[in-house]
Design a binder for this molecule. Structure first.
Ligand code: TXA
Ligand code: MG
Length: 340
């Protein structure tokens, strides 16, 4: 199959969204831009289309998909909002939607079990990208995981989508580089004694600090043996380039291993490691300025770029775990947990 790439310009993005709408209504899957990463979209209520998403990505069926809505009012098409958390859901969505916050809510029977991997809950968000929102307005709820092969780095540009899915899907809409560059924050909300309890299931662009205004925030605890996992699909080895990723310790001296080639990903480009070796490739997340937001936007792009130089190992300078640094270190640790 030939994959068409259409560039969404200021003037014609509505027409292009229309082309995606036609394909989605016909049960096809297409790659669409969002503000976080590119998504591989299908009509969430069409079981066959959803099955295509899993087969194109090579994604295991136990990993549930996020459903993208046009707006707040569409929640009821796919999910229930329990009365005891309704105020919290309203406040959070008013503040962060459209935007990179995903809520896990009890699912409605209309949502195929394949979307939610058989869970009684469904993950929903309203993307801030006009193309994804327009498509969700016209087609209805859109299931869309990141548009990469399973276990690989999420794509933040069309080049990254095509590197893995060229020839496998009929259409990619090019909305430029994603402005967040990291997947949405996923939360679960429960009633608490004084205020709602917000559990972060996946850290992302909406930070713990920002969520604190809306309740007591906690991090999902890793499941113990025999327990059902609270964060399905968050397998340790995820977001992995071909090279082995190794996160450096703050004070670590670098000694190369004989016969191994190394690339370096540093924060500002002024680390003590810059000159420690003749790296086969070298990049800085936020050159000179050291801004976490800039680093977040560039993280996946630079991991791909370094991987293209085919090093055995990509060494990464550790980041401060505040704000969006939490999400970045989460992705880096998952990348690093891949077997060599
Ligand atoms: O920013 C994003 O969220 C991007 C864009 C395309 O919207 N999407 C994305 O989807 O990152 P994906 O498939 O790569 O990650 C979805 C993850 C699953 O792996 C799982 O961890 C979580 O969302 N998830 C989905 N449904 C869930 C549920 N019912 N309960 C708990 N977690 C769920
Ligand atoms: Mg993904």
């Amino acid at each position: 199959m030939e994959t068409r790439v259409e560039i969404a310009d200021f003037e014609d993005w509505r027409d292009l969204a229309g082309e995606a709408v036609d394909l989605l209504r016909a049960g096809e899957v297409v790659a669409l831009p969002t503000e976080t990463v590119y998504g591989l979209a299908a009509d969430a209520l069409n079981e066959e289309a959803v099955a295509k998403v899993f087969s194109v990505k090579g994604r295991p069926s136990f990993d549930p998909l996020i459903v993208h809505l046009h707006g707040w009012r569409d929640i009821k098409k796919v999910a229930e909002v329990p009365a005891e958390i309704e105020d919290a859901v309203r406040a959070l969505t008013q503040e962060f939607w459209p935007g990179p916050l995903t809520l896990v809510l009890p699912k409605k029977p209309e949502v195929p079990d394949s979307v939610t991997a058989g869970l009684p809950t469904v993950a929903v968000r309203v993307s801030a990208h006009e193309v994804m929102r327009e498509v969700a307005k016209q087609v209805g709820p859109i299931a869309a995981p990141s548009a990469n092969l399973f276990g690989r780095i999420s794509p933040t540009s069309v080049a990254a989508v095509l590197a893995e899915l060229d020839g496998k899907i009929p259409l990619v809409i090019d909305g430029g580089a994603c402005r967040e560059g990291l997947e949405s924050t996923i939360i679960k909300i429960e009633p608490g004694e004084k205020q709602p309890l917000i559990t972060i299931l996946r850290p992302g662009p909406i930070t713990r600090e920002e969520l604190r205004k809306f309740g007591t925030v906690k991090k999902a605890r890793p499941a113990k043996k025999g327990e059902t996992i609270e964060v399905p699909g968050q397998t340790a080895s995820h977001y992995a380039p071909n090279a082995q990723v190794v996160i450096l310790e703050k004070d670590q001296e670098f000694t190369p291993e004989e016969g191994k080639s190394y690339a370096l990903l540093s924060y500002r480009g002024d680390s003590k490691w810059e000159e420690a070796h003749e790296w086969i490739a070298q990049e800085a997340l936020s050159p000179g300025s050291g801004k976490l937001a800039e680093a977040g936007v560039r993280l996946f792009h630079l991991l791909r770029k370094l991987d293209d130089a085919k090093p055995d190992i990509i060494l990464v300078e550790p980041l401060t775990e505040t704000g969006v640094g939490v999400a970045m270190m989460d992705r880096l640790r998952r990348a690093a947990s891949k077997e060599a």
